[in-house]
Design a protein around this ligand. Structure first.
Ligand SMILES: [Mg+2]
Length: 165
């Protein structure tokens, strides 16, 4: 059974490829859109907000593993009013997702919750991360965003399948 869902941010939660580039002052154009002082724009993908809320309501632990500065990620998640949904945010200035997932697992264990690799679902738009995740962390369920699933609501089908396994 999946207990933890970990998301990448850039090109997974929203359409910009690197929000660390965003320069203040940032402007909330509408609830799902942020524009920076140089005209860079980020749009939250459809269904993200609703799905995060629903996963939280189901009692899942939600994590974020992103190659960005922590300061910028916290700023943007706060502006989008999404920060409340994430239990653990790991933002690093390097791209190694398996290390970030490892930090998330350590943090979960510190909270006295036991979680096995196959109880973790990891979503990222770059399949290239998955090899090291499997090599170092084991049988984490990895999904390539926009290939393995094409809309956010599909996550619920995966949760149901994983429950039946
Ligand atoms: Mg990405």
């Amino acid at each position: 059974m999946i207990k933890v869902v970990v998301f990448d941010a850039d090109k997974t939660l929203w359409d910009h490829h690197n929000v660390s580039e965003f320069e203040e002052p940032l402007k909330l154009v509408d609830a799902n859109t942020i524009e920076d002082s140089k005209g860079r724009v980020l749009h939250l993908y459809p269904e993200v907000r609703e799905v995060l809320k629903e996963l939280k309501n189901k009692g899942l632990i939600l994590g974020l593993a992103t190659w960005n500065t922590e300061e910028k990620i916290i700023r943007i998640l706060t502006m989008l009013d999404l920060i409340q949904y994430f239990d653990i945010i790991v933002a690093r200035t390097y791209p190694y997702k398996f290390l970030m997932l490892s930090d998330i697992i350590i943090e979960i264990h510190k909270r006295n919750i036991h979680v096995k690799p196959n109880e973790i679902l990891f979503l990222d738009d770059r399949r290239g991360h998955f090899g090291n995740v499997w090599l170092y962390l084991g049988n984490v369920k990895c999904l390539e965003m926009w290939k393995d699933i094409t809309r956010y609501r599909d996550i619920f089908n995966i949760l149901n399948d994983a429950t039946n396994e």
